[in-house]
Design a binder for this molecule. Structure first.
Ligand SMILES: *Cc1c(COP(=O)(O)O)cnc(C)c1O
Length: 394
């Protein structure tokens, strides 16, 4: 099997697995218990929090552990909306190509009376900082723009957007689930007020993540109950997962430079190979993209069929985000960058990890070329395109 869906989830590293194990059956105390056995667990929790904070250049007390990226996004947005509403500010700015954890939360808030401006995304998959500046109004209570897109991999000018928001006094949240562990992230340098991350996107365990909230930025809990996470997220801490997340993040940043170089080499080889398939187009800027992201559209192809046939050849790929798979609607991200419906339907996302090899990349290029050729051969649409009855778009 060739696993090329690392934006959906990643394989845990042995280091991360080993870091979790003692907390299941040896150090299984509750960090909130007062006896020494519980306090040992609490010390581990503190240590993990400090290590994670160092990687983001924030303080340990500015982190809230959550069940993952979705929960962190929900909490950041709902909280900013609630505090905004108290001051009569009910306008939120975001983008058309956010993850559904953001978009669906915003849609819910719209029904509750908030006004949401979704910025258009340029064809290169990038938001211009000026767009944010122009959209900010006196009643804007939040700007939320993702750090790197999960489908097309484009990396947004987060520092510039952060600076604009800081100058105008508007809280700025970023869904950095695809960035943390893959890019250097510095919440202070980038003027970020809130940031979401998730462990299973950087070779840690599933079901654990964190929300960074800058000191002084108001935040409310989504989940009420015990006083864990300074009263901001109730529920006994998932200590094994938190230890696994800290270990995975340590490892990711220890190896960041070498992994990045390796990934860019593999990514660009994959892009060059797929670009040789006629009537294909890369989605998103070729340079300002995640080191492991390759996203293409092929004319005259149904993405679903492409995925199934690639699966037969042992290649795990995606048409876009894991969340939209199974529905027949084309990706909202590809529509947002202006791909027409029929082109957006023929999408393929391949996301690499440092564990992939050049041989796997070459096998994948050959497999995609073969499957695209086969599908076009049996497609009536393709025949019409070749006969000139339909016009090629790409
Ligand atoms: C995966 C992902 C999420 C959701 O994270 P979970 O931990 O799976 O809830 C949110 N945003 C982006 C950009 C993602 O890629």
């Amino acid at each position: 099997m060739i696993y090329l869906d690392n934006a959906a989830t990643t394989r845990m590293t042995q280091t991360a697995i080993q870091a979790m194990l003692p907390y299941f059956d040896q150090q299984y105390g509750n960090p909130s218990s007062l006896y020494a056995f519980g306090q040992q667990a609490n010390e581990a929790l503190t240590d993990a929090r400090e290590r994670i904070a160092r990687h983001l250049n924030c303080q340990a007390r500015e982190l809230i552990f959550t069940s993952g990226g979705s929960e962190a996004d929900n909490q950041a947005i709902r909280s900013a909306a609630a505090f905004g509403a108290r001051k009569g500010k009910r306008h939120i700015i975001s983008t058309a190509f956010e993850h559904h954890a953001v978009l669906h939360t915003l849609a819910r808030l719209e029904k509750e009376g908030f006004e949401v401006t979704l910025l258009d995304v340029h064809e290169d998959g990038l938001i211009q900082p000026q767009q944010v500046a122009q959209a900010i109004r006196p009643d804007t209570c939040l700007v939320t723009v993702m750090y790197a897109n999960n489908e097309i991999g484009t990396i947004q000018p987060i520092g510039e957007i952060g600076k604009i928001c800081r100058e105008k006094g508007v809280p700025f949240h970023t869904d950095a689930v695809q960035a943390v562990g893959h890019l250097n992230v510095d919440v202070q340098a980038d003027c970020i007020d809130m940031l979401s991350l998730s462990a299973h996107k950087f070779h840690g365990p599933k079901g654990i993540g964190a929300l960074y909230v800058r000191r002084g930025v108001p935040i409310a809990p989504l989940i009420e109950g015990g006083a864990q996470e300074r009263g901001l997220r109730a529920g006994t801490e998932n200590l094994p997962a938190i230890m696994g997340m800290a270990a995975a993040l340590d490892e990711a940043y220890q190896n960041l430079q070498s992994n990045t170089q390796k990934l860019i080499t593999l990514r660009d080889r994959l892009i060059d190979g797929l670009a040789r398939i006629p009537h294909s187009i890369l989605n998103g800027d070729a340079q300002k993209r995640l080191p492991g992201n390759v996203s293409f559209c092929f004319e005259g192809i149904e993405g679903e069929a492409l995925l199934l046939l690639l699966d037969d050849k042992g290649v795990c790929a995606s048409s876009g985000s894991a969340c939209t798979s199974g529905s027949l609607d084309p990706s909202h991200v590809l529509l947002a960058i202006g791909r027409p419906h029929e082109i957006a339907h023929g999408s393929l996302r391949l996301t690499l990890s440092h564990e992939n090899t050049q041989q796997e990349v070459d096998q994948t290029i050959a497999a995609v070329a073969e499957v695209v050729d086969y599908l076009r051969g049996i497609s009536p649409v393709w025949r019409d395109l070749e006969l000139g009855k339909l016009k090629f778009v790409i």
